[in-house]
Ligand binder design. Structure first.
Ligand SMILES: Nc1ncnc2c1ncn2[C@@H]1O[C@H](COP(=O)(O)OP(=O)(O)O)[C@@H](O)[C@H]1O
Ligand SMILES: [Mg+2]
Length: 284
């Protein structure tokens, strides 16, 4: 299992446990342990994949890392310090989460301009109007959206455009870490490819550390330099010869689906080399 390094630049979860109280009505307390002593570290400039069956706790783990949910036990560490030692605003300037559905981030009554300018107002109140407008254009450019969409509301946009606006909004604070929870799962292949290339670019050129949660194995292979599997509340390294693989035949079957045939490093090199290329599918 990957251990947190406590480096000043990492985002980590250490021995994290989450229990939900699932009693119904007057039943006595009954707990459901979603995460059991899980530890992982996200490093700057690296993309760590997180896979697992539906309901295995991937989103719960992501929300804990983004400080949107508390662990029952264990710690989330940013730069070796507890995530809760930071004022919320400071933490969220460093760590942003992007959800599967942009509806979780975008207010339907807000225009694209206002969705992107809101975090700039909150986190950089001293920024003057000219610099703010320039930054909004820069952000739209980074996600390859036209400035002609600035006055559009989310409902007037396609699903892919909405997700790109949500990404631009997350990038507005120049985060050091991004938690991407099934960010392209509901989108068609073309926009998926665009989002993956964008994430690869952010990781490579801005040194952003990414946790890429997905059940799309080709995406994990394309983007991540390593991956972990969440299974039965526990985390396992998706690597040949790992503990998970040795446990049972069923585990071996689960893992083979997630393992890239030629190794994660070569897969991520493929995306980097093809980042500025065609708009086709990511390698699968
Ligand atoms: N607030 C909650 N109360 C009770 N159970 C929850 C709560 N949030 C999530 N769960 C349960 O935890 C499990 C993991 O959920 P989730 O993290 O969304 O899984 P995944 O993202 O891997 O599909 C699911 O069985 C879900 O029903
Ligand atoms: Mg989920």
């Amino acid at each position: 299992m990957q251990k947190p390094t406590h480096s000043s630049q990492h985002l980590a979860i250490q021995d994290g446990t989450i229990c939900f109280d699932v009693r119904r009505g007057f039943q006595k307390k009954e707990y459901f342990e979603v995460l059991k002593n899980v530890s992982l570290t996200i490093s700057p400039g690296k993309c760590l994949g997180l896979v697992g069956e539906s309901g295995s706790g991937k989103s719960t783990l992501g929300r804990c890392l983004a400080r949107l949910q508390r662990l029952t036990n264990g710690m989330v560490l940013l730069g070796g310090q507890s995530a809760f030692a930071y004022p919320a605003k400071t933490f969220h300037r460093k760590v942003q989460m992007i959800f599967q559905s942009p509806a979780e981030t975008l207010d339907p009554s807000q225009s694209v301009h206002s969705a992107i300018s809101e975090p700039l107002h909150i986190h950089f109140p001293q920024m003057n109007r000219y610099d703010r407008e320039r930054r909004i254009s820069e952000l739209l450019d980074a996600v390859h959206l036209s400035t002609s969409l600035l006055n559009s509301r989310p409902l007037a946009l396609s699903g892919g455009q909405r997700q790109l606006v949500a990404i631009a909004r997350a990038l507005a604070v120049s985060p050091e870490f991004l938690i991407c929870d099934e960010v392209a799962s509901a989108l068609d292949a073309k926009i998926k490819g665009e989002i993956f290339r964008l994430l690869a670019e952010l990781q490579r050129t801005n040194g952003i550390g990414i946790l890429f949660i997905s059940h799309d194995i080709s995406a994990i292979r394309a983007l991540c330099s390593s991956a972990m599997i969440l299974h039965g509340g526990k985390l396992f390294n998706a690597a040949p010869g790992c503990e998970f693989l040795r446990k049972s035949k069923r585990n071996r079957q689960v893992l083979w689906q997630f393992l890239p045939p030629s190794g994660f490093e070569s897969a991520s090199t493929f995306v980097n080399e093809n980042a500025s290329g065609s708009h086709g599918h990511p390698p699968g």
